[in-house]
Design a protein around this ligand. Structure first.
Ligand SMILES: Nc1nc2c(ncn2[C@@H]2O[C@H](COP(=O)(O)OP(=O)(O)OP(=O)(O)O)[C@@H](O)[C@H]2O)c(=O)[nH]1
Length: 561
């Protein structure tokens, strides 16, 4: 078939579309993608740029090209003739512009200069040679916006100027220029095969509308629409991020490991006159020691209100810095920033405690400053035995080889942790075999109290935002019972320092609050069971407990089951 035959077919609108733009903007590749359905990979494309002009003669010599030039847009049969041009600014393109129906003005989305030239050079040139021809602005090489530019630069020809991230143009830039010039704007990628049809279909529309104005008698043009908006590009899925997940905590090491590495700690103990700091987790301490429970549930936000049930005469509030009274908190050297809320003197609670306050404290793991409960202990309490007591409150076990067991017993007595005092007595009386029972009872009691905390949200330090509401939870418990939670809260993820976590994927899985509650309770329960099993080394006995045979001491069935 001859190129001229389309010109003779009735009701076939032949459209001359001239493609202009800077060198290497992507004109030829765009034309080839439309005219020859040429598809190349990014690396083939990058490696092969030679300044070219696609020859209009192709319509004459190549049947496929001629076939592909035919199209139907808005019920109008068209034959699209694409004219490639040189990008050199100084070259004469008047021949190409002559009798054009539409001009496609290209720039590269990876070259801000090429967009600048649209305004300063190409638009004026088009207006000069064909003032009434509609123009379509096209940002080419869209895939580079989402590409790994280092890899792209390595694949480009050795002398090609590397593309910098700052070279990449955002869609707004193209839209701004198009708006200013009053022309439609599209983006294309030959690699992603995106936008090619949009550009040429809408170029055809623009040409047909302009023709309809001049040839108003052509009734078959009446359904032609104005150029349409382009659907947004769906960027390719980025490569999977390399996430290094910290080693999962071993079940037998938790919460010991939490105790040693105070991740997500929310309470700071100041010992030995404020010179020694020990970080800990309220939920562990409060669920195994009622003194701590009472201290941590004190309302420190209610300045000057309420009185403690212990030792009224000593129970008072004072503001930071202003307190010069006898009840003043001992000077602190290591604790950062000041007291946030009222500090409360709690020495009436027993010899162990001095005061409790809410303060901004530097997190020992993340180094970020955040609000923690700060408990100042009597300066006679030594770090070593105090830590042994805390370790018992976390794990229910005692290092029986310690040399300072008597001090441990004294602190246990001050804190009213009578089980621990009994454990020490057993060790000293060479009856440590009895301690297994104590540990067992400890876990039973603690499991129930943890369940209660979960239900009430007491000491919660994170909130899960789900589709059907909010669910308070405890990072230390989650970290110690679920590798996945541990990775989220102990790693470098944002969640490790925020107080709210949005669970999109749970929502996707249609998991709402009830199911997440179940999941968390189950995690915590599992953790307790494993610990007892591991400690006693008596698998069968543990299974027996889970069927309620623990002499009615505690609820070993799965919470909420
Ligand atoms: N990644 C990517 N590269 C493209 C795309 N289109 C063109 N290129 C590359 O950009 C360079 C220029 O493409 P051409 O189509 O030859 O550019 P041109 O505007 O015709 O250039 P001149 O012929 O010099 O005027 C080549 O290396 C192409 O491989 C695209 O969509 N994506």
């Amino acid at each position: 078939m001859d190129i001229d035959s389309d010109y003779e077919r009735p009701n076939v609108e032949t459209i001359k579309c001239v493609v202009v733009g800077d060198n290497a903007a992507g004109k030829t590749r765009l034309i080839c993608a439309r005219a020859c359905n040429a598809t190349l990979t990014q690396y083939q494309l990058l490696a092969t740029h030679v300044p070219t002009v696609w020859a209009i003669d192709q319509y004459r010599v190549c049947q496929e090209v001629l076939e592909r030039s035919r199209d139907v847009v808005d019920e109008v049969s068209v034959s699209l003739r694409l004219w490639d041009t040189f990008g050199d600014h100084h070259k004469d393109r008047r021949f190409a512009y002559g009798r054009s129906d539409v001009v496609v003005l290209c720039f590269s989305l990876a070259n801000p200069n090429s967009l600048h030239h649209v305004r300063t050079m190409w638009f004026p040139e088009i207006k000069h040679f064909c003032p009434r021809t509609p123009i379509i602005l096209v940002g080419c090489q869209l895939d580079l916006r989402y590409a790994d530019l280092d890899a792209v630069n390595r694949a480009r020809r050795p002398l090609a100027k590397p593309i910098k991230p700052t070279d990449i143009l955002h869609p707004e830039k193209g839209h701004e220029v198009a708006k200013e010039l009053g022309i439609p704007y599209y983006e294309t990628s030959v690699v992603a095969q995106f936008g090619i049809k949009d550009v040429f279909d809408n170029a055809i529309r623009a040409a047909l509308i302009s023709r309809r104005h001049l040839q108003f008698w052509k009734s078959h043009l009446k359904k032609v629409q104005r150029p349409l908006l382009q659907a947004p590009f769906l960027p390719p899925r980025p490569p999977r991020p390399i996430v290094s997940r910290p080693d999962p905590p071993a079940v037998d090491g938790v919460p010991n490991s939490l105790f040693c590495q105070p991740l997500c700690a929310d309470v700071l103990f100041l010992l030995e006159g404020g010179t020694t700091q020990v970080f800990a987790h309220k939920v562990y301490l409060a669920t195994s020691c009622s003194k701590f429970y009472d201290i941590f549930t004190l309302d420190l936000g209610m300045m000057g209100e309420g009185r403690s049930k212990f030792g009224d005469e000593e129970d008072c509030f004072h503001e930071p810095k202003t307190s010069q009274s006898d009840n003043a908190i001992p000077a602190r050297t290591q604790c950062s920033a000041g007291v946030l809320r009222g500090s409360r003197i709690v020495s009436g609670w027993g010899r162990g405690f001095v005061s409790v306050s809410l303060e901004n404290v530097k997190d020992p793991v993340t180094g970020r400053s955040r609000v923690m409960t700060v408990v100042t202990m009597d300066e006679l309490i030594q770090k070593g035995p105090f830590q042994a007591v805390l370790e018992y409150l976390y794990t229910g076990s005692l290092d029986e080889s310690r040399g300072d067991l008597k001090q441990v017993a004294t602190i246990a007595e001050l804190l009213e942790v009578f089980d621990l005092r009994m454990m020490v007595a057993n060790v000293l009386n060479n009856e440590s075999f009895m301690n297994q029972e104590i540990t067992k009872a400890f876990h039973v009691r603690r499991a129930n109290r943890i369940k209660e905390c979960l239900n009430k949200g007491t000491f919660a330090d994170v909130v899960f935002r789900l589709d059907d509401g909010y669910l308070p939870a405890h990072k230390p418990l989650l970290i110690s019972s679920c590798d996945w939670m541990a990775a989220m809260f102990r790693g470098s993820f944002m969640e490790s320092y925020t107080n709210e976590v949005k669970f999109n994927f749970f929502a996707d899985l249609l998991l709402g609050i009830p199911l997440l509650c179940e999941l968390m309770e189950f995690c915590c329960w599992l953790c307790q069971v494993f610990r007892v099993r591991q400690m006693l080394g008596e698998k069968e006995q543990c299974l027996g407990l889970s069927q309620g045979s623990a002499a009615g001491k505690g609820d070993w069935s799965r919470p909420g089951a």
